[in-house]
Design a protein around this ligand. Structure first.
Ligand SMILES: *Cc1c(COP(=O)(O)O)cnc(C)c1O
Length: 428
């Protein structure tokens, strides 16, 4: 039945069935480290991946699995794995694909923390990232060499109001025989389903819109199940005997579930970036209202962006829902329901006016987060993006005069009134 249910129904029901022991209607928080084997034979079958079941919560847990199943259904994937954070999901998405000397081709327009993770930290594993402007499709294709193992982008790049042409990148990835990984955090599957546009893997920071109220740190990877890992010798962890799992050939044995099972049986087992059941429970509850929240987020963001654009105290607004945006037409194609609720604007008066603005806002919370029910504000150049060089700042859409808003689900008139009074103080 799940196959025919629509998005809003899946958001409430996917992964959830009454608890067989108690009849509990909500997904229980299975706060248990280990699960009892029915006997030695059952235990052996579980460890051999011949039977799906629960062993130990670093690998799988019923509450966490319910969440994986729900997000998998919403993204239209074959399998999903939950992780301890969005950043953990990124590392876990690369882990089965990469090895020392291998690289990824990544968009220059990414979340600040991801740029740092990809430009610095992954080097410790012998992995590298080549950053390319993903609007230059020729440059993307050219950057893919014989050691490239994935292309990585975000649906809506934070903070620049940039929308990625996912189908165009998917075509390049296909031609090169490598997966396209899309970070869909800032869009959520309600606005965009990258797998339908050709993505192989979708990663999420569940910390943001999926949970939706700023309570949880979590991440999720969804696999389309469509990539042929055995078509080349590029992905030996999936297509050849995996020494880290007694020589199992994951793709040969598990087909479209190869990536998911490898991520659990080797990735979570050895890297331990596991989501906890309490967090999974909060995210499951958050997703029940994802559609309702996103509808309001989008409507408010459009109103606020239109108001700001007309204001003489503002230099520019980068929201792909505005006709003035160079990404307006692309957004209509990639994000037909709306261009998200995250955008930046440039304040007349530069860096100092931005700092005064942030300090004068009362309804907005000044935090390093996005996708909360509450409206949030941050000045990237002095906070999230301060580790970037001046060139990286501009490339990432975080110039010194730029403020980022994450528009909440409050009454739009109250959001606008708060911006109005703070702008008066900032530009006085
Ligand atoms: C927040 C965020 C991340 C990192 O997620 P965490 O849960 O904070 O680790 C990655 N990508 C995007 C687009 C984000 O907004």
């Amino acid at each position: 039945m799940t196959n025919t249910l629509k998005f809003d129904t899946l958001a409430v029901h996917a992964g959830n069935r009454p608890d067989p022991a108690t009849g509990a209607r909500q997904v229980p928080i299975y706060q248990s480290t280990a699960f009892v084997f029915k006997g030695a034979d059952h235990a052996a079958r579980l460890f051999n991946l011949q039977e799906v079941g629960y062993i130990y919560s670093r690998l799988t847990n019923p509450t966490v699995s319910a969440l994986a199943e729900r997000v998998c259904a919403l993204e239209g994937g074959a399998g999903a794995v939950c992780c301890s954070s969005g950043h953990a999901a990124q590392i876990m998405s690369l882990f089965p694909l990469m090895g020392p000397g291998k690289n990824i081709v990544a968009s220059t327009r990414l979340y600040g923390g991801t740029i740092t993770q990809f430009s610095q930290t992954i080097k410790r594993f012998g992995w590298t990232a080549k950053f390319v402007d993903t609007d230059d499709l020729g440059a993307v294709a050219k950057a893919c060499d014989k050691n490239t193992r994935a292309i990585f982008c975000e649906t809506i790049a934070n903070p620049g109001g940039y929308v990625t042409d996912i189908p165009a990148l998917a075509k390049i990835a296909d031609r090169k025989g490598i997966p396209l990984i899309v970070d869909n955090t800032t869009a959520s599957p309600w606005l965009c389903r990258p797998i339908e546009m050709g993505a192989t893997l979708v990663v999420h920071s569940a910390t943001k819109y999926l949970t939706g109220n700023g309570t949880v740190t979590g991440g999720i990877i969804v696999d389309s199940g469509r990539f042929d890992w055995s078509a080349s010798d590029k992905f030996p962890s999936l297509s050849q005997p995996e020494p880290a799992y007694h020589g199992l050939n994951f793709h040969g044995a598990l087909g479209p579930m190869a990536f998911t099972f490898h991520s659990i049986a080797v990735g979570l087992r050895d890297l331990g970036m596991t989501m906890n059941p309490q967090g999974a429970h909060y995210t499951l509850m958050g997703i029940e209202t994802l559609s309702l929240r996103m509808e309001r987020h989008i409507r408010n963001a459009q109103k606020v962006a239109e108001w700001l654009e007309k204001d003489p105290r503002i230099d520019s607004v980068t929201y792909a829902g505005l006709k003035s945006s160079p990404y307006y037409r692309r957004a209509r194609k990639i994000l037909p329901k709306g261009a998200g609720a995250l955008f930046t604007f440039a304040v007349r008066g530069g860096y100092d006016a931005c700092v005064r603005l942030v300090d004068s806002l009362e309804l907005f919370s000044h935090v390093a987060n996005l996708g909360d029910t509450r409206s949030l504000v941050i000045h990237p150049a002095s906070t999230t993006h301060r580790q970037l060089t001046p060139e990286q700042l501009v490339a990432a859409g975080a110039a010194p005069n730029v403020v980022r808003l994450s528009i909440g689900i409050e009454d739009a008139d109250d959001i606008i009134a708060d911006l109005d009074q703070a702008l008066a103080k900032a530009t006085a």
